[in-house]
Design a protein around this ligand. Structure first.
Ligand SMILES: NC(=O)c1ccc[n+]([C@@H]2O[C@H](COP(=O)([O-])OP(=O)(O)OC[C@H]3O[C@@H](n4cnc5c(N)ncnc54)[C@H](OP(=O)(O)O)[C@@H]3O)[C@@H](O)[C@H]2O)c1
Ligand SMILES: *[C@@H]1O[C@H](CO)[C@@H](O)[C@H](O)[C@H]1NC(C)=O
Ligand SMILES: *[C@@H]1O[C@H](CO)[C@@H](O)[C@H](O)[C@H]1NC(C)=O
Ligand SMILES: *[C@@H]1O[C@H](CO)[C@@H](O)[C@H](O)[C@H]1NC(C)=O
Ligand SMILES: *[C@@H]1O[C@H](CO)[C@@H](O)[C@H](O)[C@H]1NC(C)=O
Length: 369
C-alpha cells in the first residue's frame, strides 16, 4: 500500500471522518433496525424472491420483452443489474458515458445470456445537452426497431462520490447533477413513455443509507454551484444531500402520480443497496479505499455487486403495490427511510426549487434564433 500526499490530506479532513465513522455506524444502525423489526414481528416477513413473467404482447400474442433503461450500466451495481435483468428477459438499454465500457459490458452479458437483447447509448449524465440528445436517439431507436413507444422500467443508478469541487457546463455541482438532477431530467423526459406502457411500469432510484446523515437542509440548486467553487469541498455531505434529494423527489413523484390517478400503473421505488464493492470510491486515494473495503469486509458489511444488486432487482420485480416503499437489505426486505425524507413540506419545496432545471431544459429545447 502506497501512502501518498493526497491520502494524508484526505485523512486530515473532516469529511473523511464523516465517511469513515458516521457512514459505517449508520449502516450498522440500518441493519440493526431491520433485524430487530424482524425479531419482534410475530410473523416474520417472508424473504421474498420476485420473479417476473414476460409480458405477453396484447396485440400479437407472442411474447414481447419489456424495456428497461439502466443508467451507469458499465460498472458495479449498474452492470450487475443489467446482467440480472437481461437474464429475466428484459430488453436492456444500457446508458453509460464511455463507448468502450459499454461495448465491454455488452460482450460480458452476451457471454452469459446468449439471447439477451441489449442496446447501448453513450450519454454523459452530467450534461443536460447530452440527456436531450439521448431522448432523440432513444425515441428514434424505438421507432426504427418497431417497438411500442413505451418504457416498462427505468433504473436511475448512475452516481459518483466526487472528492473535489467541479462545476458542470450547466453550472451545477457535478456530483449533484450526476446523482440527482440527471435522474430528475431523465425521469421527466421518459415519464410519457413510462405512462404509455400497457403493462404496469416503474421507476427505481438507487439511493443510499447515507441520506440519513444529511440533516441541516440547505438544498438550493443554485447554491450548490456556489458551494462548488469554494475551496474546501464538503464531499461527504454533498453526497448525502444528493441521495436525500433523490429520495424526497421519489416520494413526491409517487404522491403526485397517485394523487393525479389513484390507480396509476406507474410505481416509484427507491432502493438502498447497502455497501457494495464497486468503483464508487475511485476518487479516494487507493490506499484508503482498499483499507475501507478491508475493514468493511472484516465487519461482514461489504457485499459483492452480484449480492448487493439483489435489492435493486427486488425493487424492479416486486408487485406494483409496493410503490413508494424503501427497499433495503435484499431478499425483498423494506424499511423506513429517514424522517426528513418523508417531510412533504420539504419535498414540495425541493420540487419547486428543482423547477429551475426545467427552465434550463426549455432553453436548450428552443431553437437557436
Ligand atoms: N457501492 C456502494 O456501496 C453504494 C452504496 C449505496 C449506494 N450506491 C449507489 O449505487 C449507484 C451505483 O454505484 P456503484 O457503486 O455501482 O459505482 P460505480 O461502480 O462507480 O458505477 C457508477 C456508474 O455510473 C456511471 N457514471 C458516473 N458518472 C456518469 C455520467 N456523468 N454519465 C454517465 N454515467 C456515469 C459510471 O460510468 P463510468 O464507468 O464510465 O465511470 C458507472 O457505470 C450510485 O448511485 C451509488 O451512489 C452505492
Ligand atoms: C403511446 O402509444 C401509442 C400506441 O399504442 C402511440 O400512438 C402514442 O404515440 C404513444 N404515446 C407516446 C407519448 O409515445
Ligand atoms: C429552496 O430554495 C430556497 C431559496 O433558494 C432555499 O432557502 C431552500 O432551502 C430550498 N429548499 C429546498 C428543500 O431545496
Ligand atoms: C427518482 O428520482 C427522480 C429525481 O429525483 C424523481 O423525479 C423520481 O420521482 C424518482 N423516482 C423514484 C421511483 O424514486
Ligand atoms: C401486494 O399484492 C400481493 C399479491 O399480489 C399481496 O400478497 C400483498 O399482500 C400485497 N401487499 C400490500 C402491501 O398490499
Amino acid at each position: 500500500m502506497r501512502i501518498d500526499r493526497a491520502a494524508i490530506e484526505m485523512v486530515l479532513s473532516r469529511e473523511f471522518w464523516r465517511m469513515a465513522i458516521i457512514w459505517p455506524l449508520t449502516l450498522v444502525y440500518c441493519y440493526a433496525r431491520l433485524n430487530l423489526a424482524a425479531l419482534f414481528r410475530r410473523r416474520p416477513l417472508p424473504r421474498q424472491h420476485f420473479r417476473r413473467c414476460l409480458v405477453p404482447d396484447s396485440a400479437g400474442g407472442d411474447f414481447k420483452r419489456p424495456i428497461c433503461i439502466i443508467t451507469g450500466a458499465t460498472s458495479g451495481l449498474g452492470s450487475a443489474a443489467a446482467r440480472a435483468l437481461a437474464g429475466e428477459g428484459y430488453n436492456v438499454v444500457l446508458v453509460g458515458r464511455s463507448a468502450e465500457s459499454l461495448h465491454k459490458t455488452i460482450q460480458e452479458i452476451k457471454l452469459e445470456h446468449g439471447d439477451a437483447q441489449l442496446k447501448a447509448f453513450q450519454v454523459d449524465l452530467s450534461s443536460l445537452q447530452s440527456i436531450m440528445k439521448f431522448e432523440t436517439s432513444f425515441k428514434q431507436w424505438l421507432l426504427d426497431s418497431d417497438l411500442h413507444p413505451s418504457v416498462q422500467l427505468l433504473i436511475n443508478n448512475a452516481g459518483i462520490l466526487a472528492t473535489s469541487a467541479r462545476l458542470t457546463a450547466d453550472g451545477f455541482d457535478q456530483m449533484i447533477q450526476t446523482n440527482y438532477i440527471s435522474a430528475v431530467v431523465l425521469t421527466s423526459i421518459l415519464l410519457p413513455l413510462i405512462k404509455n406502457s400497457t403493462s404496469p411500469s416503474r421507476i427505481v432510484n438507487v439511493t443510499s443509507f447515507t441520506h440519513r446523515c444529511a440533516s441541516n437542509l440547505k438544498l438550493d440548486c443554485k447554491k450548490f454551484s456556489h458551494m462548488a467553487i469554494s475551496k474546501k469541498y464538503p464531499f461527504a455531505s454533498i453526497y448525502e444531500y444528493s441521495k436525500l434529494c433523490l429520495l424526497l423527489f421519489s416520494y413526491e413523484l409517487h404522491r403526485q402520480l397517485h394523487a393525479e390517478n389513484p390507480s396509476s400503473k406507474v410505481s416509484v421505488i427507491p432502493v438502498d443497496p447497502g455497501v457494495v464493492q464497486t468503483n464508487i470510491l475511485r476518487e479516494v486515494p487507493p490506499c484508503l479505499s482498499q483499507l475501507a473495503f478491508r475493514v468493511l469486509s472484516f465487519l461482514h458489511l461489504l457485499q459483492s455487486p452480484e449480492v448487493g444488486v439483489s435489492s435493486i432487482i427486488d425493487a424492479a420485480l416486486a408487485p406494483s403495490n409496493v410503490s413508494g416503499e424503501y427497499f433495503f437489505g435484499g431478499k425483498g426486505r423494506r424499511m423506513g427511510s429517514s424522517s426528513l425524507s418523508y417531510n412533504a413540506k420539504v419535498s414540495a419545496e425541493l420540487w419547486l426549487n428543482t423547477s429551475i432545471i426545467q427552465e434550463q431544459i426549455n432553453l436548450l429545447r428552443s431553437p437557436i434564433s
